[in-house]
Ligand binder design. Sequence first.
Ligand SMILES: [Zn+2]
Length: 50
Amino acid sequence: MESESMKEYEFTCPACGQQIEINGPMRTAILSNGCPICSTSVSDDSFAPA
Ligand SMILES: [Zn+2]
């Protein structure tokens, strides 16, 4: 079973370089909480359409 729900955006952390394919709610959570890997605060610039 395939799902496209995790591929709305690609997040690239400016601090640790981690790239993660994410969906809209995850984007909101990362903007609020920072990078899930290193907790660095990130801005809208760190997200690109997947
Ligand atoms: Zn990071």
